[in-house]
Design a protein around this ligand. Structure first.
Ligand SMILES: Nc1ncnc2c1ncn2[C@@H]1O[C@H](COP(=O)(O)OP(=O)(O)OP(=O)(O)O)[C@@H](O)[C@H]1O
Length: 581
């Protein structure tokens, strides 16, 4: 752990490598600005001394002009530094954001089950934003500040060593104090980020469940949790801030002392005639300027703490390995794909098994109806097949190929699933149906939607396939969303498809239209149909009855239905009675 903490800042340099040219330009500009900063007080010194000695007006005017030019150039450089600094920060942090998001999207569902979307936003964006100053300004500001310090102190040593010694002492003590306490705020800042992530997670969760919250009168409860979370953020944030500003506060006291001593020494020397009025002004001005680089170093130390805590959290995510490792295989047989489960067992947690020793075989083109009570493990079977989780033991083969040996993309190209929850994305209807795949033509879309009975619905939309849909699914009824999900999967022309309760939210008439279309679409593929209502299963070839994660029954639908002693026949009888009642 300690080693990883030490390595961590160097790890960030990989994101700076692609912008090193820009960083170099940034540094040159900052050094030029520093040179101008050093020059300006010397022009004023010259001006004061010339004026005090009753010098010629043209000389004074020239000095004033020179000062104006230096000040204007300094200002322009400051603007350019700020622009380029932001540019570098965005370029490098965007790379890190992309790496984090891509990594998170590849992590398995066990990871995602533990994280709320709000927390993920904070980790992919908030933590990285915290590091942006580090990327753009840390190195250049630290170098720039030290150069400015060296310039001031170097000049002072040449022109007046007693004052230079006071300045050097002040600088040395200030910087040592800052280095000594530099890590003080890192852990506290990390806790602050965690509290922020928890708050965002809470808001996101409650807003996405707004219907339930409102209809169950849960608003006061939500507000209570919200206030508690805010309080936690406030307390951790205050602690982190206080620990971060300690280094800065330490220098303020030292600075006041240094200015006083330099002024006293300077006035004394002026009275003795050892220095001119202009030089006294220069001493004062340089002492004042000394504060800028030290304050800048202090700020950078604070930013460094923030960056370090963000970086630890980002590294933590990036070092997480998905339990689902991709294989390298790319090829599956053409046409409908057979499916075998061989002694597959699985549990979401180590202590409890959800599926026990599941073995069955589906030939290419066969349709399996999966029935069982709530919680019997039907959805879990489909999740294993789609590699959202790894089975604890056993093998799953698609088209005779162990799915662990396949690239995930190769698997998803051929295996599709329609779930009960349809996620809509911010985009047009076309984007949502094709999932942003430009290779799927409008003709394909309209042919599939036509078959599924969605055509009239699309025709009624003001802009047809170009209609913009809001994310989250609020613009569709539950039944429409289900039809939508079917279209989405069938557009990918899957060779094996899992339909999880495909018609649970449709009225009888729509269901009838849909059933015909699904039958047509299923002609080219193998299918698993998960259903509570047995009427959905009239067209399947095989039936599997699951009970508490075990196969209770597996066989031909007709044979099981004809034999009155089977579980399936019993379920059919109960179903009919319920329908009659
Ligand atoms: N993400 C999860 N984490 C932990 N346990 C889970 C998770 N998802 C499901 N389970 C548990 O696994 C068991 C099987 O769930 P599964 O969703 O496979 O059942 P199901 O037969 O599909 O149920 P339903 O008919 O209600 O959809 C249940 O006991 C459930 O509580």
């Amino acid at each position: 752990m300690s080693q990883s903490k030490q390595l961590s800042i160097f790890w960030l340099f990989r994101y700076l490598r692609p912008v090193k040219g820009r960083l170099a330009v940034l540094l040159v500009m900052l050094l030029s600005a520093t040179a101008l900063q050093l020059l300006q007080p010397r022009i004023i010194k010259q001006f004061i001394d010339t004026a005090a000695a009753q010098g010629v007006v043209s000389g004074l005017l020239a000095l004033a002009g020179l000062y104006l030019v230096a000040a204007a150039c300094n200002q322009l450089l400051t603007v350019a530094v700020s622009y380029l600094g932001n540019d570098v920060a965005w370029r490098s942090t965007n790379r890190l954001r992309a790496d984090l998001l891509q990594h998170c999207l590849r992590l398995d569902m066990r990871f995602h089950n533990q994280k709320t979307p709000g927390e993920m936003i904070e980790r992919v964006d908030g933590d990285v934003t915290n590091m942006s100053n580090f990327f753009s300004m840390f190195i250049v500001q630290i170098i720039g500040s030290f150069v400015l310090l060296a310039g001031i102190l170097g000049y002072m040593f040449v022109s007046n060593w007693p004052i230079a010694v006071v300045m050097l002492l002040f600088t040395g003590i200030s910087i040592s104090a800052m280095v000594y306490v530099r890590d003080l705020g890192v852990n506290a800042t990390q806790a602050e980020r965690q509290a922020k992530a928890a708050l965002l997670g809470l808001i996101e969760e409650r807003i996405s469940g707004i219907e339930d919250v409102q209809s169950n009168g849960g608003v006061p409860y939500v507000m209570n949790r919200f206030h508690r979370s805010m309080r936690n953020l406030f307390l951790t944030g205050r602690k982190a801030w206080m620990l971060r500003v300690v280094p800065w506060n330490a220098t303020v006291v030292l600075f006041t002392a240094a200015v006083t001593v330099v002024l006293m020494l300077g006035v004394y020397m002026y009275m003795k005639g050892q220095v001119t009025l202009g030089t006294l002004f220069l001493f004062y001005q340089y002492t004042q300027m000394l504060n800028d680089p030290i304050e800048q170093i202090g700020n950078q130390v604070q930013e460094f703490q923030k960056a370090k805590s963000g970086m630890r959290r980002s590294r933590e995510i990036l070092s997480m390995q998905s339990e689902v490792m991709e294989g390298t295989g790319d090829t599956l047989p053409d046409g409908a794909l057979g499916l075998q489960f061989e002694q597959v067992s699985f549990g979401y947690n180590k202590d409890s098994r959800v599926l026990h020793d599941i073995s069955f075989n589906l030939k290419p083109g066969e349709r399996l109806g999966l029935v069982g009570r709530t919680g019997s493990g039907k959805t879990s079977i489909s999740r294993l097949l789609l590699r959202l989780y790894n089975a604890d033991s056993g093998v799953i083969r698609v088209g005779g190929v162990d799915i662990r040996t396949l690239r995930l993309e190769a698997l998803y190209r051929r295996v599709g699933m329609v779930t009960q929850d349809v996620q809509l994305f911010d985009g047009t209807l076309r984007d949502n149906l094709t999932l942003f795949d430009p290779r799927i033509s409008d003709q394909d879309i309209l042919a599939t939607t036509g078959k599924l009975g969605l055509q009239s619905w699309i025709d009624e939309l003001p802009e047809g396939l170009n209609t913009h849909l809001a994310s989250g699914g609020s613009s569709l009824s539950a039944g429409e969303a289900q039809l939508f999900a079917l279209t989405r999967v069938f557009l990918t022309k899957p060779s094996l498809v899992i339909l999880d309760e495909p018609s649970s939210r449709l009225d009888a008439a729509t269901e009838a239209t849909l059933q015909g279309a699904v039958d047509q679409l299923l002609e080219q593929c193998t299918a698993i149909v998960i259903a509570h209502r047995l009427s959905t299963l009239e067209k399947v070839d095989k039936i599997m009855v699951l009970g508490q994660g075990r196969i209770v029954e597996f066989g031909d639908r007709e044979a099981l239905a004809q034999n009155p002693s089977t579980h399936f026949a019993q379920l059919l009888r109960t179903d009919r009675q319920e329908e009659l009642a």
